[in-house]
Design a protein around this ligand. Structure first.
Ligand code: ADP
Length: 228
């Protein structure tokens, strides 16, 4: 769950990146966050991860009130969030399997749990055949599937996908959003940040539009070729 109440962020340079933003994404929801470059999308993501602080207002993420969260508790918060980046951020010297397993090793998951969970997640994203492949051997769409598997493997409550289709071609972009929808249907909250209005129109659903630091639209829209 994500809740912002009257949140503003002013950078030390004096730029108002977010102004009086109020927003609630409930557990199990899927929301697109759209907006032009400079609208405040990255600032919103950084706020949710507590990489930056709100100048005013309150932010709650997965039960954590971020203003009250101590520095040493930040890793606990971040463990409840899986992030998918536009540029994949995979480790080139590791296979698909190792890339995914690595994220579990970092949090000291037991080897037995890793051996069960990694194949499950690879199947979910449709990459079971690619377990032994290296990132350089994969297409853009496949790389993004590995990145999604990594975001998902520690069973986060919320997945934030930051321009996940920015580096892949339009038809594969559709598949990536479809995959995120499938993951959402299994109970994970998904917030997908994008500037691709066409993609959002095709899928429909909850669309939150940020413009110049303010929410100018937040509603459910019918998709053009997808049922909400
Ligand atoms: P988006 O992700 O939608 O492109 P950002 O959140 O990155 O937008 O930026 C929102 C506004 O805040 C922009 O005007 C940007 O120039 C400014 N901004 C972003 N990061 C910083 C920073 N670290 N210091 C000062 N201004 C920033």
């Amino acid at each position: 769950m994500v809740e912002l109440k009257d949140v503003s962020v002013t950078y030390s340079s004096g730029v108002d990146a977010l102004e009086h933003v109020s927003l609630k994404i409930n557990d199990g929801d899927f929301a697109f966050v759209v907006g032009a470059s400079g609208a405040g999308k990255s600032t919103l993501i950084k706020l949710l991860l507590k990489e930056i602080e709100a100048t005013s207002g309150s932010v709650t993420v997965n039960g954590y009130q971020l203003a009250a969260l101590k520095k040493k508790q930040i890793p606990q918060l971040r463990r409840t969030i899986g992030i998918v980046f536009q540029d994949f951020r995979l480790i080139s010297s590791m296979t698909v399997y190792e890339n995914i397993a690595f994220v579990m090793r970092v949090i000291d998951a037991p080897p037995k749990t890793i051996r069960k969970r990694v194949p499950y997640v690879m199947r979910l994203v449709g990459l079971q055949e690619k377990a032994a492949s290296y990132p350089r051997e994969l297409s853009g769409g496949e790389l993004q599937r590995v990145a999604i598997a990594r975001a998902l493997v520690n069973d986060p409550k919320l997945i934030i996908a930051d321009e996940p289709t920015g580096n892949i071609d339009p038809e594969l972009s559709y598949e990536i959003v479809d995959l995120l929808r499938t993951i959402n249907m299994q109970g994970t909250t998904v917030m997908m940040v994008t500037h691709e209005h066409e993609l959002v129109k095709r899928f429909g659903g909850r669309i939150i539009n940020i413009d110049k630091g303010q929410i100018v639209f937040d509603d459910i829209m019918e998709g053009t070729d997808y049922e909400v």
